[in-house]
Design a protein around this ligand. Sequence first.
Ligand code: ADP
Ligand code: MG
Length: 140
Amino acid sequence: MTERTLAIIKPDAVKKNAIGDIIKQYEAAGLRPVAIRMMQLSKAVAEGFYAVHRSRPFFDSLTTFMSSGPVVVLALVGEDAIKRHRELMGATDPAKAAPGTIRAAHGANIEFNAVHGSDAPETARFEIGYFFPEMDLAVR
Ligand code: ADP
Ligand code: MG
């Protein structure tokens, strides 16, 4: 099933000049970008994006991190894109991420873990809509 997912190249990975490497891995895995936006999130925008984590102990730290520098936000399309993207990213904690995954290569720890990926169809819909109006998504 062809589906969409949302990816974010987080501030740590942008600072490490890993944008090109990460997008290359999306394309090689058959996850085709249909919208790309580089931006700096405000704390409030990061809080809105991660609203599901509002009661978690790491919420303030996470949203401070996510608004600490520029990010690259992408809508990706492909077969089983949500699951395949999560596999390509690796586990949340880079120390537990399988070798060859993006987080194993570029993540530093469970918080500074290089990339975000939607975890289900409903969250992908919300997350893509949070950053992109439907008319900005290319058809590929
Ligand atoms: P994922 O990004 O793999 O879907 P979660 O949705 O559980 O993981 O968490 C969202 C983000 O919050 C993580 O990517 C990571 O940046 C941060 N995070 C998760 N767990 C922790 C933690 N225990 N301590 C600090 N930051 C965390
Ligand atoms: Mg998540």
